[in-house]
Design a protein around this ligand. Structure first.
Ligand code: SF4
Length: 661
């Protein structure tokens, strides 16, 4: 008999001695529930040794009372009736463990969200309900069994998916802490969308001037291996032991041999009327370097337009070009994964919002960023697309694809500041230009942002509180925006030379693919979901997998960088310790009943089950104790520990134990 089996047998052989602790949570619970009446009632139930009321059970004093009671009254089960197990169960499990009790002999009853908060004005009924909830908890607590977590070793390498500013920050922090990082980027260069921006608010630094050194720092860091033009296609395993398959797309040249000299580009006869980096504006060749500061500064061939003339091959003195190159794959072993896969800008074209896609002189913020950028296709000269003339009247329309029940109801958070910045840049560069911002609310919540807004107002930019109800184009390709200023009630027909749509952020399709590969939850807005919106903003519900930056939701650059560092800090806890604890609550199979039919195998969302040589195999380290397989099993051979049938039935039977409550 193992030590664990001996402990389990001893506990099971003992009569349950339950200590119940009823928390008032100040007035959160105590204001609606007569906690003393609940404790008095609970103390009359079988197996209950003590039942007491605490002001705040999670406080040091409350936890000390639990520990003392375990020792002095020889308790072998503890029940706390308070708030939500999502935040407080780990605290109480650790508390009982410190007092020498197995942490799984702890039962949590939620009498706040499930009772006091929803019956705030019905004290008598709320107290009655609390007694019933706690009685059910007592019945289950008596059936609890000790469980053991296990330790798994952690491979001390990290994978960061996405090399925008968030992913780069995460990789740098982990690399600087001495751990190896694989930085996988689906595009041909690291840098992300920040590399495309002109200036950055609120200080108006040149974006690439502050990002470029960081890109170089990433490339120089000996602990970071950049895998550009690559995609994660498979992930197996669990915290500490992930096996990752990465696809490397062919650039049609050997990256080690190419020097990025650009001779091939000069000689290429194919001019493509589209540039990815310049948001479609301008042209590039069939063989091209993505942008002058790209890292790695290497070319790639667009095979969809290449005519195989061989001019680039002849031009390349280093023999780097390999038109026969095919995609290759790498297999990586990593202990932790950070997803910082960025965002897409909202596309107003399908619905021709505000005339976008119909009228030449309606453009998006990202197109404007490339137009005003000195390294952009017009060398920083702002012109209107229809006649390449400088616009004299420019209007910015806020909340396109954000805060709109017809597209996305969330606020994209950076677009107000982006338009304030671009409007100010226009005023600095072309002081005679009339600039309008059409908005619902200006949102400028962080440090120096409100001052930035005030500067914009002082610079002569005109603010109209309202969004265009109708947009048309006249014979000169000017845009006529009909908008009501809701502050004055006046309806204005603005004649504009150029209208810029301040498009919001959406989660890209490629991120959805990664999300499904990793099995991370998705929030209603389409972005990946964090484990807790306040307490665990970069964790996921999967141990060892973290999300940061736009992957977790819209945010600006400083917030994204902070999240990159936060991901790195959370992830390196595992790398530094070299081990991770797995969940004690897992599924167990009764081999006498299991017929190895395999019905449960595809049900498991974590791939913890498999049929090996016709026998069911459970990889406990992968099991998250969700119970999906146990429900699917046609013979009842699978039981989820901590939620076994007798434990749940004890609770259910007590729903109906009407009596002297
Ligand atoms: S082979 Fe293709 S990429 Fe190379 S120069 Fe000719 S068209 Fe351009």
């Amino acid at each position: 008999m193992t030590e664990q089996e001996a402990v389990t047998e001893n506990i099971e052989a003992e009569e349950p001695r339950i200590g119940a602790f009823i928390c008032e949570c100040g007035v959160n619970i105590g204001g609606a529930v007569d906690c003393q009446a609940v404790a008095d009632y609970i103390s009359t139930l079988p197996n209950v040794t003590t039942a007491v009321v605490n002001k705040y059970t999670c406080s040091d004093a409350g936890q000390a009372e639990i520990k003392n009671a375990i020792k002095e009254l020889d308790l072998n089960r503890v029940l706390v009736a308070s708030c939500t197990p999502k935040t407080h169960e780990p605290i109480f499990r650790a508390c009982v463990e410190e007092a020498g009790l197995n942490p799984y002999l702890f039962e949590f009853v939620n009498i706040r969200e499930h009772c006091s908060w929803i019956h705030m004005w019905e004290k008598e009924d709320a107290t009655h309900k609390a007694k019933e909830l706690v009685r059910m908890g007592v019945a289950r607590a008596a059936k609890l069994e000790p469980l053991q977590s296990s330790e798994v070793p952690v491979t001390n390498k990290a994978l960061v998916i996405g090399a925008g500013v968030t992913g780069m920050q995460a990789a740098l922090d982990i690399g600087d802490m001495g751990f190896q990082v694989y930085l996988v980027e689906q595009g041909p260069s690291i840098g992300g969308k920040m590399a495309q921006l002109d200036k950055t608010f609120p200080t108006n630094d040149c974006s690439i001037c502050i990002l470029g050194p960081k890109m170089v720092e990433v490339a120089r860091n000996p602990n970071i291996e950049i895998m550009s033009y690559s995609e994660v296609v498979e992930v197996d395993g669990y915290v500490g032991n992930f096996k990752v398959k990465v696809k490397h797309k062919p650039r049609y040249l050997n990256i080690e041999d190419c020097s990025g000299c650009g001779l091939c580009t000069e000689k290429c006869p194919i001019e493509v009327p589209y540039t990815e980096f310049n948001e479609g504006i301008g042209t590039r060749k069939a063989i091209y370097v993505p942008f002058p500061q790209a890292v790695p500064l290497r070319a790639l061939v667009d095979k969809s337009v290449c005519i195989d003339c061989g001019a680039c091959i002849k031009a390349c003195e280093r023999g780097a070009i390999d038109m026969e190159q095919e995609e290759t794959f790498s297999e990586l072993d990593v202990g932790v994964i950070i997803v910082a896969a960025g965002y897409d800008v909202y596309d107003p074209e399908p619905k021709h919002e505000y005339g976008f896609g119909l009228y030449d002189n309606v453009i998006t913020t990202m197109e404007f960023e490339r137009l005003i950028n000195a390294s952009g296709p017009t060398m920083g000269k702002v012109v209107r697309p229809s006649d390449v003339q400088p616009p004299k009247r420019i209007g910015f329309v806020q909340c396109v694809g954000s805060r709109d029940k017809n597209s996305n109801i969330y606020c994209s958070s950076f677009c107000c500041m982006a338009s304030l910045k671009n409007a100010q840049l226009i005023k600095e560069k072309y002081p005679d230009t009339e600039v309008y911002i059409m908005y619902m609310d200006m949102r400028t919540p962080f440090r120096m942002y409100e001052e930035f807004y005030n500067r914009a107002r002082d610079s002569g930019i005109k603010f109209i509180r309202g969004k265009p109800a109708e947009v048309t184009e006249d014979e000169n390709k000017n845009i006529i925006a009909r908008v009501e200023d809701t502050l004055t009630g006046e309806i204005v027909n603005l004649e504009l030379d150029l209208m810029v749509l301040s498009v919001g952020a959406v989660s890209p399709e490629s991120t959805e693919t990664i999300r499904q590969i990793l099995k991370v939850s998705r929030a209603a807005d389409g972005f990946m979901m964090e484990a807790h919106p306040k307490l665990k903003p970069v964790d996921t519900t999967l141990d060892g997998i973290f999300i940061g930056g736009m992957t977790q939701g819209p945010k600006d650059i400083p917030y994204s960088i902070s999240q990159g560092s936060a991901c790195a800090a959370r992830a390196t806890r595992f790398l530094a310790q070299g081990k991770a604890l797995t969940e004690g609550i897992t599924v167990k199979v009764d081999e006498d009943i299991c017929v190895d039919c395999g019905v449960c195998v595809p049900m498991c969302p974590f791939q913890a089950l498999s049929l090996e040589d016709g026998k069911l195999n459970i990889l406990s380290a992968l099991c998250k104790g969700c119970g999906t397989c146990a429900v699917a099993c046609p013979t009842g051979a699978l039981q989820q520990s901590h939620f076994k049938n007798d434990q749940l039935l004890a609770q259910v039977k007590n729903v109906f134990a009407y009596g002297e409550v």
